[in-house]
Design a protein around this ligand. Structure first.
Ligand SMILES: Cc1cc2nc3c(=O)[nH]c(=O)nc-3n(C[C@H](O)[C@H](O)[C@H](O)COP(=O)(O)O)c2cc1C
Length: 208
């Protein structure tokens, strides 16, 4: 970020145009809703650590690989890097409190939510708040600015029923919320009202 020196205090602070650019970027990403995960790990003292994380992305199917971006200086990233292992807990729609607990500076976040050690991996699982957990081994790391992209090879997946918690437009909502709120489903450009995508004159099923 570009910085300028304050003539009065001598302190450097972001230029107004850089601040506007950052705000525009925040705004852009707020309009890209995602699911909500909690990345968990065990530090070298054996204590569980974890942070709410929406930067989860699939990387490749073969081998099953995902990535998360974790802030530098955080206890979760430290534990992940120290041990080379982490779990991604996908939160269900009733787990907003857990999402807030793992985003807040609690001294002991794990005292606030039920969790258990998943014995095959030894990693902490939020078995009440997550409907799926993926145990991973760190395959690569890349530092970008104040975050590290952590690439993980998925070694084990546990799944149970549930609908995902979502985060977008700076709020939490359930996957079913747009329908529950009675929002009209407007067709996107190139899409019929019934959700069927129309490409080059051919009707194709929406999604994979
Ligand atoms: C919905 C939501 C998504 C978040 N996604 C991320 C993320 O992808 N990466 C990240 O570093 N922090 C993310 N955060 C912020 C962290 O949860 C928060 O900074 C937390 O305190 C980090 O824990 P740590 O101290 O262990 O790093 C998110 C917060 C919320 C509420």
């Amino acid at each position: 970020m570009e910085r300028q020196e304050d003539s009065g205090t001598g302190e450097s602070r972001p230029r107004p145009d850089a601040e506007a650019h950052t705000a525009a970027f925040r705004d852009l990403m707020s309009k890209f809703p995602t699911g909500v995960s909690v990345v968990t790990a065990v530090d070298t003292k054996g204590a569980p650590q974890g942070a709410t994380c929406s930067s989860l992305s699939s990387v490749t199917l073969s081998p099953p690989t995902l990535l998360v971006c974790l802030r530098t200086g955080g206890v979760t990233l430290e534990a992940v890097r120290e041990t080379g292992r982490f779990a991604v807990n996908l939160l269900h729609e009733d787990a907003e409190r857990a999402a807030k607990v793992f985003a807040a500076p609690f001294v002991d976040r794990f005292a606030e939510v039920p969790w258990q050690t998943w014995l095959p991996s030894g990693l902490p699982h939020l078995h009440r708040d997550a409907f799926a957990c993926a145990d991973c081994r760190v395959a690569a790391e890349l530092l970008i600015g104040d975050h590290v992209i952590v690439v993980g090879t998925v070694s084990h997946i546990t799944m149970s029923g549930g609908m995902p918690l979502m985060y977008g437009m700076r709020r939490f909502l359930s996957w079913a919320a747009p329908d529950a709120l009675g929002h009209e489903r407007l067709p996107c450009p190139g899409q019929q009202a019934d959700g069927v995508a129309v490409r080059a004159g051919l009707a194709v099923p929406d999604g994979d």
